[in-house]
Ligand binder design. Sequence first.
Ligand SMILES: N[C@@H](CCC(=O)N[C@@H](CS)C(=O)NCC(=O)O)C(=O)O
Length: 250
Amino acid sequence: MTEPLTVIGTPVSPYVRKVLAVLELKGLAWRIDPLVPFLGNDEFTRLSPLRRIPVLIDGELVLSDSSVIAEYLDERHPGTALMPRAVADRARCRWLEEFADTRLADVLIWGLFGPAITRPGIFKSARDEAALARVIAEDLPPVMDLLETMAPEAGFYAGDLTTADLAVAVHFANLRWSGVAPGLDRWPRAAAWIGRIEGAEPLVRLNALGARALTVRYPDRPALFAEYGIGLVDTGVTGREARRGPMTTL
Ligand SMILES: N[C@@H](CCC(=O)N[C@@H](CS)C(=O)NCC(=O)O)C(=O)O
């Protein structure tokens, strides 16, 4: 019997939910070790040299980076394609995914969710309200203006749902969870597009799981994942103390 694929990383992370969405859309069996970022031990550093989640383990193969993992899964399991067929459309999608993983995440995750939720929760540091207000006033509008210009009038970015659509949408649940950002009324086209992606299964379920995982007490985690029919696995990567990775900007 083949082992199910293993994902390391809590579904609170947008990058983890992107990978889980791909696994679900592909109809693949998977289980999870919901490691909280910064809590990995030396074994985690061995598996994920930049100490980032998600990690995918497929037998002997260990992969980091949500885009690398998503592309691997798409090529390894071609059934439901998550990239368009036309070469130019594929390139456009890769650019969108790159933008979502980097600049969009710089603002929504490293600029807002991290300082509002992760940093106070994990490192017990005080929230810098002035810094959050500055990100909302100065950094958020340009990335949203750009998304507004890229948002399709209907459907998804390149026809059917792609990894690039998922890469954009996953960050917006974290934006809501940060509790600090305004609504997206100023960017109606982008908001409608994000709403369509978030309204597609499996993101409805995964975002609901992420929201619950954000507040669940550690002893209650097995019951939460059992409720969602998700198998838990201990890959031995959880450490006792939070430490920053080599490239952490939080
Ligand atoms: N480019 C990576 C980014 C992954 C990432 O930054 N994950 C965050 C959690 S949302 C993390 O692991 N942060 C820990 C750290 O920076 O040390 C990907 O697409 O997987």
